[in-house]
Design a binder for this molecule. Structure first.
Ligand code: ZN
Length: 492
């Protein structure tokens, strides 16, 4: 056995344990008995302690050093790059800081939920201050003299830089504002109406997941409070939720999560249970879910097919004709909640969080001033005021659990989805004819071939550049949004 083989055998065990930890979380969110919560928290705590110790094991450093001498194929070099990266990050954060972060995050999530319940931003400010201080400390340790926010961002989007994202998002911002203003001045879009049987929603959701290419032999669809996808390789599970009056919530969150899950299911099986065997970044992951949900799933062609499926499943849905259905699926309306926002306003939500969290991390914005900064920015971007904190700065869980640097990956994913959709349309000229038949096979085959199978082999930017043939920019997303919503909401 060479040092490389020893290292990879060790990694496989660590990855297998990490998959088990993920399956415990899936279980907690879906079928765990309510009374098991305290015991489960001890079980996951124990498993995470084992994982942390394995990832910090000094033998990894010795193996990395010895393995670097040997000649390796491209895959081997990429494995070493990812292992070294993870090992160095673990080394840089002192164990007591890592423990304090885990403890504080677990506590502050509960305090955030309580503050949100009471619309009480003042009660949340000291909680935010505490977790923010720890994250700044962690960021400084990781940055090693470099930019603290970039070091935090790197956890979710390797090698991304805030300055590049700022330029990209800055170029999107005015176009998004113009689109939302034009749309909300125009006539309201048609809406579905009626009571939608929950069983029938789940049957259609299952069918849609399969149409997208989700392999039910290596996955399953269940209900949960918040939709998510979990796992890698041969066990990738998704969840959705149902509302009797809004079937789109169930159907489109299923397609979104199926997009994430298909990515994991499509990675080269040779990479299973290794660092290469998972989606390469949050941004690339989100691009795979968004292109399925939006560029394909909310297209005029595919919604034409879906309209027929909806009528078969539910009978009269209060809408006559494919064009009206397409408008209903893509309707823009005034709202406050990021997770419920449409394709245009979603990015405005993310862009403001990106700016606010950078100010928090830099120390330019104090936690006690977050609410007023949030409300001012929201009114400037959306044109109306936030009535209460649960619809404003307390709506997202992210900051309370220390996720700083995570939000921008949502919009980066949309930007990547825009680039990939443009390249896909060039590669598959009759895509709309296929989508109109409810056929996503060739589109998903293109994504598997050009993006998904590679797992962690390339850096995120390399991967998207290889797939598209050009460096990614925000321009294809903006053009797509302007064409689509300009036609749906023509200005008078
Ligand atoms: Zn997602």
């Amino acid at each position: 056995m060479s040092a490389f083989d020893d290292l990879m055998a060790y990694q496989r065990q660590t990855e297998a344990l990490a998959q088990i930890a993920g399956r415990l979380s899936w279980d907690r969110e879906t079928v765990m008995p309510r009374g098991a919560a305290a015991q489960r928290s001890e079980e996951t705590g124990a498993l995470h302690a084992v994982l942390h110790a394995r990832r910090a094991d000094p033998r990894i450093g010795d193996w990395l050093e010895a393995a670097a001498d040997g000649p390796l194929a491209q895959e081997g070099e990429a494995q070493l790059r990812l292992i070294r990266r993870s090992f160095e990050r673990t080394q840089r954060v002192p164990a007591d800081l890592a423990a304090a972060l885990a403890r504080t995050a677990a506590l502050s999530q509960g305090k955030w939920a309580e503050a949100r319940e009471n619309d009480d931003c003042a009660a949340f400010a000291p909680v935010l201050a505490e977790i923010l201080a720890l994250k700044r400390e962690e960021g400084a340790a990781l940055a090693n003299g470099g930019d603290v926010y970039d070091a935090l961002l790197d956890d979710y989007e390797p090698e991304a830089k805030a300055a590049d994202l700022e330029a990209m998002f800055g170029a999107l911002h005015p176009g998004l504002i113009a689109l939302r203003e034009a749309a909300l001045e125009g006539a309201a879009a048609p809406q579905v109406s009626g009571q939608f049987d929950v069983q029938a929603q789940m049957r259609l959701a299952r069918q849609l997941a399969k149409v997208c290419g989700y392999d039910m032999q290596r996955g399953r669809l269940d209900k949960a409070v918040h939709p998510f996808s979990s796992g890698s390789g041969d066990d990738v599970r998704i969840t959705t939720r149902t509302s009797r009056t809004d079937p789109f919530n169930c159907l489109y969150s299923t397609m979104h999560e199926a997009g994430h899950a298909i990515y994991e299911q499509s990675i080269d099986p040779a990479f299973a249970l290794t660092p290469l065997g998972a989606g390469v970044s949050m941004g690339v992951h989100e691009s795979q879910s968004r292109i399925v949900e939006n560029q394909l799933g909310r297209s005029r062609a595919f919604t034409g097919w879906l309209y027929g499926q909806m009528r078969d499943a539910f009978g009269d849905i209060g809408i006559e004709g494919e064009d009206a259905f397409y408008a209903a699926v893509n309707s823009l309306h005034r709202g406050f909640i990021r997770a419920e926002a449409d394709e245009v306003q979603y990015n405005l939500h993310v862009l403001m969080r990106f700016d606010l969290e950078r100010a928090l991390v830099a120390g330019d914005l104090a936690p006690r001033d977050l609410e007023s900064a949030w409300n001012d920015r929201f009114e400037a971007d959306f044109g109306y005021g936030v009535p209460r904190a649960s619809l404003g700065c307390l709506q997202d869980v992210h900051w309370s659990v220390g996720l700083f640097g995570y939000f921008p990956t949502y919009s980066l994913g949309n930007v990547y989805a825009g680039c990939l959709a443009q390249a896909l349309r060039q590669a598959v000229p009759d895509l709309d004819a296929q989508l109109a038949q409810g056929d996503m096979g060739q589109a998903m085959g293109w994504l598997r071939e050009n993006v998904q199978q590679h797992g962690g082999l390339y850096t995120p930017r390399q991967l998207i550049t290889r797939a598209c043939g050009v460096e990614p920019t925000e321009a294809p997303l903006m053009t797509y949004l302007q064409e689509k919503f300009g036609a749906l909401y023509p200005t008078a």
